[in-house]
Every structure is written in structure tokens, then in C-alpha cells.
Design a protein around this ligand. Sequence first.
Ligand SMILES: Cc1cc2nc3c(=O)[nH]c(=O)nc-3n(C[C@H](O)[C@H](O)[C@H](O)COP(=O)(O)OP(=O)(O)OC[C@H]3O[C@@H](n4cnc5c(N)ncnc54)[C@H](O)[C@@H]3O)c2cc1C
Ligand code: FES
Length: 280
Amino acid sequence: MYPILSKKPLAPSITLMEIEAPEVARKARAGQFVILRLSENGERIPLTIADFDRQRGTVTIIFQEVGYTTGQLAAFEPGDALPDFVGPLGLPSEVENYGHVVCVGGGVGIAPVYPIARALKEAGNEVTAIVGARSKDLLILEEEMRGASDRLLVATDDGSYGHKGFVTDLVKQVLDEGRPVARLWAVGPMIMMRNVAEVTRPYGVRTIVSLNPIMVDGTGMCGACRVVVGGRARFACVDGPEFDGHEVDWDLAMRRLAMYREEEQQALAFHRNGGGCACR
Ligand SMILES: Cc1cc2nc3c(=O)[nH]c(=O)nc-3n(C[C@H](O)[C@H](O)[C@H](O)COP(=O)(O)OP(=O)(O)OC[C@H]3O[C@@H](n4cnc5c(N)ncnc54)[C@H](O)[C@@H]3O)c2cc1C
Ligand code: FES
């Protein structure tokens, strides 16, 4: 069992939890994820490792309530324990000293980009961080991102904080400053990552995205997380989750992510209704 040590609401429907998982913490690196289950018959959900402490043997996850399982997880309290917490999974981010790098996080995607920015800074890079959310109250980890970067730029869709608009505006602004950007990481909703990749393409800046397709086993066996990158089929759980954003077949990735939307909505309605008929 993997005990929940602490729980903190970061924004409406975004929660941070610290889990005791010494084996995972010992091996975890930026860019990797875990797959957890809430009960023996529960669905497996992948969540990025937002932080880890090897000495305390803890792993931090930050998740948004979007459906049934993430909603249930948010109701867990310190003292409860998770039966399954498998990881670290996926390939770690390629962290080297590249020079000037940019890390872009959108919404709950700021959680996975934070350890990447921190690792890049520790490796001697000059890090420009760009974070964005729909509004100020949904912006998470601002102070942590400030600490992990040399410069932090903020955008909100509604203009309640920082630049009014999307993170893509700020990416373009940084690229237009003319200082070379060696690499850029973008993590967030698919549409955001796709648009960031379109902005960087004409500048020829290598753009790494962290794909979040549906995953089941996390071992490359089930095929659920298949994506096409550079014309080749890849499995995000073992070949990723990070890929070259200029090479991703975004139309396919977005179609596959929405594949079970109807079933997901039915499951949510079914459980909200106490497991009875959703039409009552
Ligand atoms: C590598 C990876 C890392 C992720 N990291 C985070 C994270 O740090 N924080 C976070 O909030 N979310 C993260 N996600 C997304 C998270 O896994 C889904 O939000 C979660 O599985 C939804 O489960 P649900 O039962 O609550 O919702 P459902 O009703 O099942 O689904 C709601 C939405 O979540 C997506 N989704 C559902 N199941 C999966 C699945 N198995 N894999 C991926 N997406 C799914 C669907 O597209 C759907 O639109 C990550 C996904 C991947 C693949
Ligand atoms: S989740 Fe099954 S192959 Fe990747």
C-alpha cells in the first residue's frame, strides 16, 4: 500500500498529494510518470511525477478532476492509501546544458513542466519559463516556477493576471527578442502543445512536447497510447511521453484522446447516480 501523506488544494479542482513510495522516489527523474489505481478493480490512471524526495521516499502528484477516477482520488485524505502506484514509467526528459531554454506550462501542465525546468536549471541552463491558465485563480506553482527559472512570464486567457492571452503569444515574444533558444519544452492540453509547436516551427527551435494519450498498461503491450511521430507509430508510455512537437500527427492524437468521451461521460453519470441508471 502507498499511504497519502499530505493533500493540498492548489486551485479549484486541482489537488496536490504527496505519496509515500520510496522505490518510485529512488528512481524518479523529470519527465516520468506513474500509473495508479484507487482499488483492485479501479481504472489505471497515469499522472506525471510533479516532484520527488529521495530521502523521505515521497512522490508528489498534481491532478485535475476531469472524470470519475480523478474525482474519487480528490476525495481521498491523508491516512488513506493507494493499493497500486507503479513507476517511474516512461523515458526521462533529456536534460543537458543547452544554453538558453524555454519551458512552457499550460493549466495543470505546469505541474509536469516544473521538475523539467528545475532539472534544466540545475544542469546550468538559462531558463525562461512561460506559464498560463484560464484565469489567475487557476494558475498553479507560480512561486515554484519562479524559483526554477531565470525569468517567468505569465499569461491568463481572461487577463486577470499577467499578459492577457495565450502562452503562444509569449512564446512568440521571446523568440522575437532574437536571443537564440536552444530548446523549448511545452506541456499542457494537446491544443496548446500543438499551437506552441506551430509558433516555433518557422524559427527552427527544437520543441519537445509531453503527450498524454489514453494509457492502460504503461508497458508498451496494449497499444492504447499509440501515437504517430515522424510518420512512425510510437507508444507514448515506453517511447515517450516526450516527442518532437514538429513531428507529431496532432489530428490523430487528438482524435484518439477523444475516442472514449461518450463512455467516460456515461461512467461519470453512472457513478454520480450512486451506480444506478443515469437517466433517473
Ligand atoms: C503520461 C501522462 C501523464 C499525465 N499526467 C497528468 C497530471 O500530472 N495531472 C493530471 O491532472 N492529468 C494527467 N494526465 C491525464 C490523466 O491521466 C487523466 O486526466 C485521467 O486518466 C482521467 O481519468 P478520469 O477517470 O478522472 O476521467 P475520464 O472520465 O476517464 O476521462 C476524462 C478525460 O481524461 C482523459 N483520459 C482518460 N483516461 C485517460 C488515460 N488513461 N490516460 C490519459 N488520459 C486519459 C480523456 O481524454 C478524457 O477527456 C496524464 C496523462 C498521461 C498519459
Ligand atoms: S499504455 Fe499500453 S502500450 Fe502504452
